[in-house]
Design a protein around this ligand. Sequence first.
Ligand SMILES: [Zn+2]
Ligand SMILES: [Zn+2]
Length: 320
Amino acid sequence: MKVAVYVVEQGGEWQARISLNLGVDELWWAGEGWGGQLEAQENQAADRVVLLSRSLPLGWAVKLAAACQFTDQMRRWDEAAWRKSAAVLLKAEIRAERAAGGGRGEGWPFEEAKVYRLPEDRGWSRYGRLEGVWGNEQADGQGNVRENWQENEQVGVQASTRTKLRRNEQESLRRREMEVLAAGADRLVAALDGRSLLQGEAEALVAEQLPELAEHWRAAAQLAYLQGRLRLTAAVQGPAGAARLGLRRREVPRCLRCGSVPTGRTACAACGLAGCAYCEACLALGRSRACALLLRSAPLPAVRCTAGVSPTVAARRWGA
Ligand SMILES: [Zn+2]
Ligand SMILES: [Zn+2]
């Protein structure tokens, strides 16, 4: 699959994230709360978002997010500087892809990198705020979230005409949907507790145990990830991700399902690469590949999720 990847600055601290549903991220980094007691002090909004790509092969996005290192100078960087920096971090991947006959023109795959200053640059997710959470859930056959945001904007238009609600009514509807999403994230986290599942396995589990989330599990998973309760990673990881997970053999990618070195490479419709790495050792269990999403439960507080805020508090602010 392909996912978005971005870095965010909040109160002088930088973090990198991947995203299955940018609408959720936009709400999260807007410092939106659920109206609870903690909102005023805990809901610090982000100051800046640099969207590096809206659609990057998952394995690349995971590596990029793990490899990002931040300096104060970045506050002055323009898009060109970000583009260059991101391309350096994925130099080996980009070179290998070009050698395999893939890749596109100059600046690929970061042509669309863009810096957004918050809160002025609203709508950076390109989804209507409410519709973003629910509207881009439709996936194609490959498990990719549909990328055509214009369609979603139309959904947004329908959504706003569907009711012509007054502003405060819309607000309360949005809050209600956010609560539903937060509750969905809670249930997803509970169902995945202690597990490590490939996307297809997670979808099967959702269909069986949480059918109400069948349409929206990406949004729920994204929220759980932002809360630090769920890890989103690639089934086959390269050096950066492997190092973070404490695995040895830093230079060798590993299949996280079986631990083998992935030896296969294939043109892949799901991520668009000419050479998507996959594991031949556990092929019988379904293809474990560099762009296959692996969801792993993250016991609190394993992941630092929000600068200066404990995951528990952060989770609470999203109604958990
Ligand atoms: Zn394997
Ligand atoms: Zn792929």
